[in-house]
Design a protein around this ligand. Structure first.
Ligand code: PMP
Length: 314
């Protein structure tokens, strides 16, 4: 789907997967004017195909587009296009328990521009790929490295939207953490370096005395759709969930830690290392995160009642 500045997106079309043509002066290539989204299509236990809250991705893209001076597809256009891609690729959607179809919508300033200014033309496109379960049976829980040199975002920046430019500046931190054996990085706020924000592509939760806490949105981290869903599920299961500033010194006393995101669902964290000190957490037993994971996955597979009507059948 394309549109020129000041216009709305018109009906798009389905194409075989392949390269796209861009001018070397495309705004997205020169100034990074672009956003992406990530959602999944699932095959339920009964064989039916579902999307999980795709309208939330549409709204997040619209909020991001406003921040990045771009027009955005309407919620209906976005959801219809996601459905069309999922249906066109239905034979690639793995059986239940084996994985899902990852769907990647992209909104880019595709028109050419020499000076720093919004692009004269925009492209909205979606591609998809089958993915296995993020964490295979028996795979070790996450080991996180708290990064205090590099930051993902700062106040007033674009950390709270899914701007493509948020991701490459932290590749170095991620590569460094992985090279010394960690599975991911945990980012701190850029001013006090004492407040936890999020991991590379997931949101952060701690559990202490059965109370669940997660960083309150402050404009510098991405509010995940999984995060939002887990907060609702947890409250419905009777847990107290506090959205507040979570300090790095709380890592020392937490009973349990987990991360949430479209890719992983709910991922248990086994250890966190901060300035050479390692904190270990419970990863088996009757864990809060396991309960939340089973409820979320159960809804997505159509075996737990979808009381919030989050599933969109396709
Ligand atoms: N934070 C960041 C930086 C992310 O890239 C993601 C993945 N979209 C998340 C959090 C989790 O968001 P969601 O639950 O919507 O996948």
């Amino acid at each position: 789907m394309k549109c020129t500045e000041g216009e709305s997106f018109t009906q798009g079309h389905l194409d075989r997967y392949g390269s796209i043509e861009l001018s070397p002066a495309a705004c997205v290539l020169n100034y990074g004017q672009g956003l992406f989204e990530g959602t999944k299509a699932f095959r339920g236990e009964n064989g039916r195909l579902f999307l999980f809250r795709p309208e939330q991705n549409a709204v997040r893209m619209q909020i991001g587009a406003d921040r990045m001076c771009m027009p955005a597809p309407s919620t209906e256009q976005f959801v219809d296009a996601v459905k069309e891609i999922a249906l066109a690729n239905h034979r690639w959607i793995p059986p239940t328990r084996k994985g899902s179809l990852y769907i990647r919508p992209l909104l880019i300033g595709s028109g050419p521009i020499l000076g720093v200014a919004p692009a004269p033309e925009y492209t909205f496109l979606i591609y998809a790929s089958p993915v296995g379960n993020y964490f295979k049976e028996g795979m070790a829980p996450l080991s996180l490295y708290v990064e205090d040199e590099y930051h993902r975002a700062s106040p007033g920046g674009a950390g709270c939207v899914k701007a493509i430019t948020n991701y490459s500046p932290v590749l170095k931190a991620q590569a460094r953490a992985k090279s010394i054996g960690f599975s991911d990085v945990l980012y701190l706020d850029s001013s006090s370096k004492t407040i936890i924000e999020e991991a590379s592509s997931s949101n952060f939760f701690i559990v202490k005395d059965n109370v669940i806490s997660t960083p309150a949105p402050n404009g510098t981290f991405l509010e995940g759709i999984t995060r939002k869903s887990i907060i609702e599920i947890a409250r419905d299961l009777g847990y107290q969930v506090d959205e507040r500033s979570v300090r790095v010194d709380e890592l020392d006393h937490a009973d349990e830690v987990f991360c949430t995101g479209t890719a992983a669902g709910v991922a248990a964290v086994g250890s966190i290392t901060f300035r050479g000190k390692r904190f270990d957490y419970k990863v088996d037993g009757r864990l809060v995160s396991q309960r939340l994971y089973s409820t979320l996955v159960g809804i997505q597979r159509g075996v737990v009642q979808d009381k919030w009507k989050w599933l969109v059948r396709i």
